[in-house]
Ligand binder design. Structure first.
Ligand SMILES: Cc1cc2nc3c(=O)[nH]c(=O)nc-3n(C[C@H](O)[C@H](O)[C@H](O)COP(=O)(O)O)c2cc1C
Length: 164
């Protein structure tokens, strides 16, 4: 999604985890990108290793949406709890009280900070989950993205201009 935060600052949010998306965002006229899930899958992220392993093991089909019927759509990891919420929400659209117990931040926190159980809570992650293949340090993660974007911008984009 291309968002215009102000007239001066535009960024791409969601689905960014390598240099191809950064190069594409800059080519679209953005000033930068917003990365969430990619940083969850870093050595420094203070979350359970099982959650990081789930990010590495998943692909772009492993997310789903919840809470659309209460106008607060959230993209989350597709697991038994989020699928249960989807099911209940389909039966009781707009009725947060019907599925709210599964959306509690405390459940999310327990999975991330204590148990590492990837199935028992509803937790945020983006489509960029499909681009995550290993757990890197934040430094390596960012340097790899910048290096790949620079390479694309220097080698590929200039060849797309026809000098007639
Ligand atoms: C752990 C986590 C928590 C998030 N919490 C919120 C939130 O409270 N509100 C919100 O609007 N978006 C939230 N997001 C969505 C991010 O804004 C979104 O992930 C961001 O646009 C980057 O997309 P990406 O995760 O594909 O990199 C969250 C994302 C993650 C991964």
């Amino acid at each position: 999604m291309l968002s215009s935060l102000t007239r001066l600052c535009r960024d791409v949010q969601g689905g960014v985890a390598d240099g191809k998306q950064l190069a594409a965002a800059l080519a679209l006229g953005c000033d930068g990108v917003n990365i969430g899930t990619g940083f969850m899958a870093t050595k420094e992220a203070p979350i359970h290793e099982n959650i990081k392993a789930a990010l590495v093991g998943a692909d772009e089909r492993d997310t789903t949406h919840v809470m659309r019927s209460v106008k607060n759509t959230e993209r989350v990891f597709k697991n038994e709890t989020s699928l249960k919420v989807t099911e209940i929400e389909a039966e009781h659209p707009g009725d947060f009280s019907a599925f709210g117990q599964y959306m509690k931040g405390a459940n999310y926190q327990k999975s991330f900070q204590e148990t590492g159980d990837t199935e028992s809570s509803v937790w945020s992650c983006g489509l960029s989950i499909g681009l995550i293949d290993e757990i890197k340090s934040c430094k390596d993660f960012m340097e790899d993205i910048v290096a790949e974007a620079e390479s694309i911008i220097n080698s590929r984009l200039p060849t797309m201009i026809a000098n007639l």
